[in-house]
Write a protein that binds this ligand. Structure first.
Ligand code: TYD
Length: 205
């Protein structure tokens, strides 16, 4: 049985990634794959408890980074690794790129510390495909301004999102073989068509 594929969804808050996750999951299902859809932080009972804390409690920046990776360690052990080993495809709403972007870019935690945690928690695993949803900063801000109950990250200021977005772009340049940037400023139907083509091509490869 061949190993499944690991697809991650990334982007700053307001970039519109959530709209497209179920679309990709059902497309992969139609293409004959068993799909596990999950998210970070979270994805396990313990991880969901950590998510609640991470999205609401103020904490030291390094505590925040460690809890992101603690949630991830549990998620890999309980969900991601077993699914890939079974041959399932895993569609994950955020993964380690988000920690580099938010805790590294946004909050300025040294990249070397994040690299050390990454090497500890998943030395041999990287996503096979990462869809980076992107819009100009002002558009993301406008979309967020329309939503209620903003979490601790969504309440951050514009320069935090600018730095987070810059770090996502830096990573996309660093790992061009797995990153695809999806510009969601276009109408949803157009974005769907683009993702449809991209996923079909990826699934054929
Ligand atoms: P998000 O994925 O945007 O979920 P929702 O669509 O329900 O708001 O929320 C998760 C938040 O957690 C998001 O603001 C980014 C943040 N985050 C980090 O800061 N670091 C990480 O490693 C991960 C996975 C998420």
């Amino acid at each position: 049985m061949s190993r499944g594929k690991f697809i991650t969804f990334e982007g700053i808050d307001g970039a519109g990634k959530s709209t497209h996750i179920s679309f990709v999951a059902s497309l992969l299902h139609d293409l004959g794959h068993t799909v596990v859809t999950t998210r970070e932080p979270g994805g396990t009972p313990l991880g969901e408890k950590l998510r609640e804390l991470l999205l609401s409690e103020n904490m030291h920046l390094e505590t925040e980074a460690l809890l992101m990776f603690a949630s991830r360690r549990e998620h890999l052990a309980q969900v991601i690794e077993p699914a890939l080993a079974r041959g399932d495809w895993v569609v994950c709403d955020r993964f380690t790129d988000a920690t580099f972007a938010y805790q590294g870019g946004g909050r300025k935690l040294e990249r070397a510390k994040l690299e050390a945690l990454e090497a500890w928690v998943h030395p041999h695993l990287q996503p096979d495909l990462t869809l980076l949803f992107d819009v100009p900063l002002e558009v993301a801000r406008e979309r967020l301004a329309r939503s209620r109950n903003l979490d601790r990250f969504e309440q951050e200021k514009a320069d935090f999102f600018a730095a987070t977005r810059d770090e996502y772009h830096r990573r996309a340049q660093q790992f061009p073989q797995r990153f695809r940037i999806i510009e969601t400023i276009r109408p949803v139907a157009e974005v769907n068509a683009l993702i449809d083509g991209l996923i079909r091509e990826f699934a054929r490869a």
